[in-house]
Structure formats: C-alpha cells, structure tokens
Design a protein around this ligand. Structure first.
Ligand SMILES: C[S@@+](CC[C@H](N)C(=O)[O-])C[C@H]1O[C@@H](n2cnc3c(N)ncnc32)[C@H](O)[C@@H]1O
Length: 469
C-alpha cells in the first residue's frame, strides 16, 4: 500500500518533471474511488501547463465526490480555455456540490467572456451557486450590465445573497472613524453610576465602549425588580440593548448571560410557568443590528441546581419529568459590520496585542464549567471567573468594558484584574454602595484612572458641564 506521504512526494516529483504519463495513470477513471480521491486531494498547486485532460474525464465520473474534487483541481488552473467545458458541465450537472465548484471555477477565470455564464448562474436555485456567481462577477463590478444584474438580486429570498449584493453595491468605507477605535472617553473610565441605565446612557456618546458583558434582571424571579408583564420586561431589555448597540464600537462584542426562569405556581390548582428568556430575547437582539456569534453554555456542578424532580423520583410516571437546570447561556453577539474581525484586531498597536494575548489556559469548547457564586448581599451575582473569561477573551488591554446591570460590580473587578477599564450602571443604591467595597478591595486599584462612584445627578452634572467624549 502507498503511504499518503509517499504518494504526495511522488506527485510533487511528477509535477516537477512535467510527467504527463504519471498523471494519466494516477487519475485514470478505472482506479477505485478511494485511490482517486486520495490523489485528487493531494494534487495541490498545479503548474500552468498541466494537462487538464485526465481531470476533465474525472469531472464526468459517476461518483459525486470525485467529480467535485476534479473540478476543484481544474479551477486551480485558472485556464480560460476551459470555459466551454465548464459551461457544458453546468448544463448537465445535477449534484449541487459539484455545481458550486463549477460556479467557483468559472468565477476564478476572471475573464470577461465568463460574464454571461456567471450572470445566468444568478438564477440558480442553490443560493451557494448564486453566491459564487456574485463573487465571480465582482471582478467586473464597474460594468453597468453587471451592476444591473446584481441589483436585480436585492430582493433575492436568501439573506446571504441579499447581504452580498448590498455589500457589493454599497460605497466602500470611505471614512475612518473620527476617533481611533482604541479610544474610549476618559470620563467613563473606571466609573460606576448609581441610576437607571436608560437615563445614564442618554449622556453617553455613540461608539464609546469596546465590550458589554451583563446579566440582566431575571424577569420577576428575584425580588429586586418588578415588571408588569413578560412582554414589558422584554421591551425594557430591548430598549437597553438598543442603547448598548449604539454605544458599542464597530464590530465589537455584546455578551449576554441569561437563563430560563421559573415563576412558581400560585397554588396546587395552577401550573408553574417557565420563561425561555435567552430564546425570546435573541430575535430582538438580532433585529437591533447584532450578529450572532456563539452560544456558550455555562455549566454548574449538579448539586448547585434546585431539585425539580423529587415528585418524579417517587412516581416515575412519564410526562411528569422535570430536569434540574445546571446551565445558563452566555450568548455572544457582535455589532454587525462589513469589516472582518481582523480589522478590529489591526486597530491595536503591536505592544497592546502582545500584552493582551490569552497565554494561560482557556476553554476551547462552548461548555464552560464554572462554579456559581453566592454573595451575602446580592441575590443574583455571577462568578468573577465567568466575568474574567469573557473580559480576557473579548477585549484588549486598555479597552472600556460596560455592564448596564452591574449589581455588586463583578465586571468592574474583572476589568481591573485584566487591565481593562470599566463603566457600570446599577440602579439599586444598596448594591451600588456594596459594589464600591467589592471593586476597591484588594490591590486592584488603577493608578491612572482611580475608581469613581457617582449618583446619577452628579453624573448628569459632569456630562453637562464637561461632556463625555
Ligand atoms: C442579575 S443582577 C446582576 C448582578 C451582577 N452580574 C453581579 O455579578 O453582581 C441585575 C442587576 O440589575 C439591576 N437593575 C435592574 N434594573 C436596572 C436599571 N433599569 N438600571 C440599572 N440597573 C438595573 C438590579 O438592581 C440588579 O442588581
């Protein structure tokens, strides 16, 4: 049996020698599918004078995967002479995976004579084929006919196609932000305000914070907040998160910790009610202009869960089972932008990037096992470890981290611990006062921006007199 490394070496040597006979044998359609796929996957870059004939034969092989890999290899030749062949294959080919490769191969030709084929493909029923065609046509985006063809897709049923077209037709980012991306207002650095978050945020400028991490009130499940209805609660969160979106810098993250809550039954004659907060708030967050990035599950040790299956344990009757909940959701969103995340990373000087690297252990999966925290004063805090992970994974040193529902200020402590700045709001004076103690205890004080704690009225004065920029 030929080992894959030996096979790869043999292919490289044959390419170097221009050995056509070798490839006729290696890509002979009478070989088994496994052997053909192995060879096709190892072909790598091909010289411009590579004879396409054996690959063209394999592009009509009965096995879908072989046809797909053969077209993929042909596409790397970027040979305009292959356009009639691609056109013929597109007319015959049924397998959508192969059609996508064919569309990509036509696009990679970057040849004006490919434009009619690409334009036809804009009507393909497979959105991925359409996307490949859009990508291919972008090389000719200056041409009026191409622009017209793309404009026709503005109402395409597929959202990725609509987005790609909008992006292609929109003017390029002509301006860079007025303030550097790394900048945040000095007046907000290491500041906690006691007041209603919506009132406070009225004074905060657009694009002021780099990261928001928060755990909002749990509807009416705890006694520190009351809402007239679940709808009113969701509406309130939506208002706050609209503001979070506004004050978040381009392409930066909003991380939200919530979990379903249980409102206990009124009496034995009534059922209890569970509200799926993370799932109900999610579509509203997307609607506000955040992009969904990750669903992280925070798992707590089993004994920390409230026991809900005592009854079931006794009677064991199906339908009566209720799971003990040991998880909460840590949903990760990004303020939607056309810029890739690399753009955000490139905004930082090399020294900051170096200092912010996550060098110690981190959890590579979306299952974070962290023990819950209990607090003598606040009934619903999250653990410092959770806030620390979020802060170090989703911000750079010197960034401004916001928590609109700050409680005892766990996010503030995590920010100081990792050399970020915090900006916090909390409406309950008792928790606000307690947070002053929690944040300033130990040796975490930041010498350039010592922690400040203000009532809303003082903050309003500061904002009106000095402005927040
Ligand atoms: C789940 S707790 C957050 C606890 C926090 N993560 C911690 O570790 O301490 C939610 C907090 O939001 C506060 N809150 C509720 N409504 C608010 C509002 N409109 N403005 C500011 N804070 C509010 C509550 O008083 C409560 O302390």
């Amino acid at each position: 049996m030929i080992r894959p490394v030996d096979a790869r070496a043999a292919i490289e040597q044959a390419k170097a020698r221009g050995d056509r006979a070798f490839f006729e044998r290696a890509l002979d359609e009478t070989r088994g599918v496994k052997a053909l796929l192995q060879t096709l996957e190892q072909l790598g870059r091909l010289p411009a004078d590579f004879d396409p004939a054996p690959l063209m034969r394999l592009a009509t092989h009965p096995h879908d995967e072989v046809r797909m890999q053969a077209v993929k290899a042909l596409a790397r030749l970027e040979n305009p002479a292959l356009l009639p062949f691609y056109r013929e294959r597109l007319a015959q080919e049924q397998a959508t995976l192969v059609r996508r490769e064919l569309a990509s191969a036509v696009g990679r030709l970057r040849a004006p004579e490919a434009i009619p084929t690409l334009t036809d493909l804009l009507h393909d029923p497979d959105p991925k084929v359409v996307l490949q065609a859009v990508r291919g046509l972008l090389c000719f985006g200056e041409q009026a006919t191409v622009q017209d063809a793309l404009r026709d897709l503005a109402t395409h049923p597929n959202e990725l196609v609509r987005h790609a077209v909008q992006r292609a037709l929109a003017p390029r980012h002509a301006t860079t932000p007025t303030r550097p991306h790394t900048h945040s207002p000095d007046a907000l650095k290491n500041l906690m305000v006691c007041g209603d978050v919506l009132q406070v945020l009225r004074h905060v400028l657009d694009e002021s914070v780099h990261l928001t991490f928060t755990s909002p009130p749990y509807y009416n499940a705890r006694d520190y907040t009351l809402y007239p209805s679940y709808e009113a609660y969701l509406d309130f969160l939506t208002q706050v998160f609209r503001e979070v979106h506004r004050i978040t810098k381009e392409g930066r993250f909003f991380v939200l910790n919530t979990s379903p809550v249980l409102i206990p039954r009124m009496s034995r004659q009534h059922a209890s009610k569970r509200y799926a907060i993370p799932f109900d708030i999610h579509p509203r967050i997307i609607e506000l202009g955040f992009e969904f990035i990750d669903d992280i599950i925070w798992v707590k040790p089993a004994p920390s869960a409230r026991n809900r299956n005592g009854g079931f344990y006794q009677h064991r009757k199906p339908l009566g089972y209720k799971a003990n909940s040991v998880v909460e959701y840590v949903m990760v969103y990004r303020k939607a932008t056309d810029r890739l995340i690399d753009w955000n990373m490139r905004q930082y000087p090399e020294a900051v990037v170096e200092a912010s690297r996550v060098l110690n252990e981190y959890e590579p999966t979306n299952l974070w096992q962290i023990a819950p925290a209990a607090d003598p004063v606040h009934p619903a805090v999250f653990p410092l470890e959770l806030a620390s992970q979020v802060v170090r994974l989703y911000s750079y040193k010197g960034d401004l981290v916001f928590d609109p529902f700050a409680g005892r200020g766990t996010v503030g402590r995590a920010a100081l611990l990792h050399e970020r700045y915090y900006f916090l709001t909390e409406k309950e004076p008792a928790y606000f006062e307690y947070a002053q103690k929690v944040i300033t205890e130990g040796s975490l004080l930041c010498p350039d921006y010592p922690p400040r704690f203000m009532r809303y009225e003082e903050f309003e004065q500061l904002a009106l007199v000095e402005g927040i920029a």
